[in-house]
Design a protein around this ligand. Structure first.
Ligand code: ARG
Length: 459
């Protein structure tokens, strides 16, 4: 309904109808709280560069830049205490930071936006946030992989029926099952690292997407913030916004898909009809009517959250695909998507790590699953060893299935010695692989922290 009575709300960039402001600001005052620290960091790099820019009169002196950075450090500390506030009239974190600096520093605060736009500012904030978050997420993923590998190594040669189409297929082991899932998680570092690399380029200096007539030192800003290099083309830098968030979301969707399949296996193998694994009771939830129930709700929610994260990546790509070149406000809506994707994926990694650490196995039930048919392929291969051509052996076994007797699961597990099979798992290789990923992740996290401290010392 039209409301002509309403007066407009004053913002830094002019007066806006309150309903329009409400709609366009959306969730930014809440979502942007996660960017406050990164906004201050980006501003510290920008003001440092401005204070060294060869123009007369200087935009800011080195002393003024130092004063700005002192205030920014105080804002970061405030944000870490959870006390930083973004008002609706600020619209977003960028204007909230500018308002606070202006309240403290007067004209100096009003100078800090020289040569930049909120478009390159939000882009740099998001990239710093994503880089930091990917390093945290990778550490969590490595921990989950480590737990699965521990579980696998502890029960390395315990027989488990391998399945295809969910039907009993061939002899396998708990070791192969657990390390297979671990390997899938570790392989997701590839798309995650691709997303990290895409986010490791600095958009600052592109301003609204078309640069500014000032001798900006974009390389200096990029170096101060610990980016690999600036995004070269100013228009390209503005176009890259959202693509980097979508790259992250696609990597998250892939990781969640892997976790969801792990969850599904755990649900199946712990249901009474299988009984291979036991989930700790405190990880299950009961029913309000059926007293006997211990339900794997947590694992079911991993499946649904996977669907959600996949949806978030589609939403981001959907927002991007029809946008014309240059900044468009649609991009604001990619922000909540990637933040939600990160928090769902990280929470899933953390809770699964705790669950996997306490899953127990039931060896008797695992062995009981070895019905004669599971040994059919091995029996045909036994005939091949006696000189029978494979296809003939296959047809012979297939037409005499009733003659198959239950074999020895342990012998079957011991017989597959080639690389990656039940008796050919390289646990040392896994240990080295996880340790190398963990070392690399923490090395980069420490380097990133050192960069931040060098630019903006927060006490
Ligand atoms: N909150 C905005 C966003 O996330 C900040 C950039 C606003 N820029 C603009 N030209 N209106 O995109």
């Amino acid at each position: 309904m039209q409301n002509t009575e309403k007066t407009s709300t004053k913002t830094i960039t002019g007066a806006v109808d309150p309903d329009v402001l409400d709609y366009t600001v959306g969730d930014d005052p809440v979502l942007d709280l996660a960017l406050a620290e990164w906004d201050c960091l980006g501003t510290a790099a920008h003001v440092t560069m401005l204070s060294r820019m060869p123009v007369e009169p200087p935009v800011a002196t080195p002393e003024e830049a130092a004063a700005v950075k002192r205030e920014l450090a105080a804002l970061v500390a405030e944000s870490r205490r959870g006390e930083f506030k973004i008002l609706e009239s600020d619209q977003d974190v960028h204007m909230a930071v500018e308002r606070r600096l202006t309240e403290k520093l007067g004209d100096l605060g009003r100078k800090i936006h020289t040569g930049r736009s909120r478009n390159d500012q939000v882009a740099v904030d998001v990239r710093l946030h994503i880089k930091d978050s990917i390093l945290g997420l990778e550490a969590e993923a490595a921990r989950l992989a480590r737990r699965l590998l521990e579980f696998g190594k502890n029960h390395d040669r315990v027989p488990l029926v391998g399945r295809t189409h969910l039907q009993p297929a061939m002899p396998s082991s708990v070791g192969v099952w657990a390390s297979g899932h671990a390997e899938m998680i570790l392989d997701q570092f590839l798309p995650l690292e691709a997303a990290y690399k895409m986010n490791d380029l600095c958009p600052l200096g592109s301003a609204a997407g078309y640069g500014v007539p000032l001798p900006l030192d974009r390389k200096l800003v990029s170096d101060l913030l610990g980016f690999e290099r600036p995004l070269h083309n100013v228009f390209g830098a503005s176009m890259a916004r959202g693509e980097n968030e979508a790259a992250l979301l696609c990597a998250l969707a892939q990781m969640m898909t892997v976790l969801s399949r792990l969850a599904e296996d755990l649900i199946l193998f712990s249901m009474p009809e299988f009984g291979y694994f036991r989930l700790p009771r405190e990880f299950c939830t009961g029913s309000s009517i059926m007293p006997q129930k211990y339900n794997p709700d947590l694992l079911e929610l991993v499946r649904s959250k996977t669907a959600t994260v996949c949806g978030l990546s589609c939403a981001a790509l959907g927002i991007l695909h029809a946008m014309p070149g240059g900044y468009n406000r649609d991009l604001q809506d990619c922000k909540g998507l990637y933040m939600k994707g990160l928090s769902l994926t990280r929470a899933t990694l953390r809770i699964l790590e705790r669950l996997v650490a306490s899953v127990e196995i039931d060896e008797a039930r695992l062995r009981a699953g070895f019905i004669p048919g599971v040994f059919a392929t091995d029996a045909a291969l036994g005939m091949v060893a006696r000189g029978v051509p494979w296809r003939e052996a296959y047809h012979h076994v297939r037409s005499h299935l009733e003659e198959l007797s239950a074999g020895d699961p342990d012998a079957a597990v011991a017989a597959k010695t080639h690389e990656g099979a039940t008796a050919g798992l390289d646990w040392d290789m896994y240990e080295k692989r996880v340790a190398a990923l963990e070392a690399e992740t923490s090395r980069r996290a420490a380097e990133f922290r050192a960069r931040r401290d060098a630019l903006l010392k927060v006490s």
